[in-house]
Write a protein that binds this ligand. Structure first.
Ligand SMILES: *Cc1c(COP(=O)(O)O)cnc(C)c1O
Length: 362
């Protein structure tokens, strides 16, 4: 089957096998070795000298952890959003009492760093900026190098949702000034859903020391202490999922960071070229099109529910629909993690055959 949604993603055989392992004591030496080794590989992939903490919870849990560990109720926060997940980040901050001002961009377009600069110039009381690295709902990758540099000019805390980008798209988080960064196991990491990985740099820990939002399960200082002192997590971790993440990370390490980034660039280009060759249009501004997910406009006359149904039932190919206001207007091809150019050829081939059955006259 071609499961080509932007997470969960298919898993290599080695990862599936690793998850068939018997339980171990999560307070014992086997687990300590596994979490330390996994964390070391994650730090390489995050390109950070800061801490990376593995939390049991989905990506959204990691976003909540990032917020509650860095902010206090009443803090002014600038939310920079160009899609569903950017809005979610703002909603989380608001839920915990931050005073959020929302800087929105048209969905399908990238965040404009100059507009971020203008917003920060206008309101000097802003403490932190929330940004989505790779907006999965629209297939756009934001220019984090420029956005990070802009936020550094104003010396604000930069909190990044890189859930569907990190590990697949180059994001040197220390070099680009990202203070707290979140990713999720089921996106680029060749691992099942259930874990969030959150990095915290020096400035992130400074913010943590001041942050008064309520937190218990998500307390990152406690997670760091358990990891550093004992090679453990404060609470019972999703052990089987950690077996899977560990196996996925070892495969990624063998492939090599540069090769992983290049593979996603090739696969992303193939998805975009393939879609256009069928007479379809990309939803995202192509200059900022993502290498992990491609959003495609539903052409006139095509019933996208039918299209996805035919793909699933007749071609064993599962694609994602649009979210919220984009439902019925776009569909999305996920191409992250365990994916090759041959997989993309297969998806484009299936699309070509399925489109006429869903009313496409192109
Ligand atoms: C998938 C995703 C999330 C949500 O992650 P869950 O694991 O579903 O909680 C958040 N942000 C982005 C950019 C994502 O791609």
């Amino acid at each position: 089957m071609q499961l080509r949604i932007p997470g969960p993603t298919p898993l290599p055989e080695e990862v599936l096998q690793a998850m068939a392992r018997q339980m171990v004591n999560h307070r014992g030496p086997e687990f300590a070795e596994m979490i330390r080794e996994s964390t070391a590989i994650l730090k390489e992939m995050f390109q950070t000298k800061g801490d990376v903490l593995i939390l049991t919870g989905s990506g959204t849990g990691g976003m909540e952890a990032a917020v509650v560990n860095s902010l206090s109720p009443g803090d002014k926060v600038l939310s920079v959003a160009n899609g569903v997940f950017g809005e979610r980040f703002a909603d989380i901050a608001e839920t915990f009492g931050a005073e959020v001002s929302r800087l929105g961009f048209e969905w399908g377009q990238a965040v404009d760093p100059d507009a971020v600069r203008a917003a920060l110039s206008q309101d000097t009381t802003i403490k932190a900026v929330l940004v989505t690295h790779n907006e999965t709902s629209t297939g756009v990758t934001n220019d984090m190098a420029s956005i990070g540099a802009t936020i550094r000019e104003f010396d604000k805390l930069l909190v990044v949702d890189a859930i569907s980008g990190l590990g697949a798209i180059d994001l040197p988080i220390d070099a680009w000034g990202c203070d707290i960064v979140v990713t999720g196991s089921q996106k680029g990491w060749m691992a099942p859903p259930g874990l969030a990985m959150v990095s915290v740099g020096e400035r992130g820990w400074e913010a943590h020391a001041q942050a008064k939002m309520p937190r218990f399960y998500w307390d990152l200082a406690r997670a760091k202490k358990y990891l550093d002192d004992r090679g453990q997590t404060p609470w019972t971790p999703g052990l089987t999922t950690i077996y899977g993440l560990h196996a996925g990370l070892k495969l990624l390490q063998q492939e090599g960071f540069g090769n992983i980034i290049a593979r996603h660039a090739r696969v992303g280009a193939k998805a975009r070229e393939g879609v256009k060759s069928l007479g379809l249009s990309l939803f995202a501004d192509e200059k900022h099109a993502s290498n992990t997910v491609t959003a495609v406009k539903v052409p006139d006359g095509v019933d996208v529910k039918k299209l996805r149904g035919v793909l699933r039932d007749e071609f064993d190919t599962v694609l994602a629909g649009g979210q919220q206001s984009l439902e019925g207007k776009i569909f999305r091809i996920g191409h992250l993690g365990f994916v090759t150019e041959a997989d993309m050829d297969a998806v484009i081939g299936a699309l070509k055959a399925a489109l006429p059955k869903a009313g496409f006259k192109g």
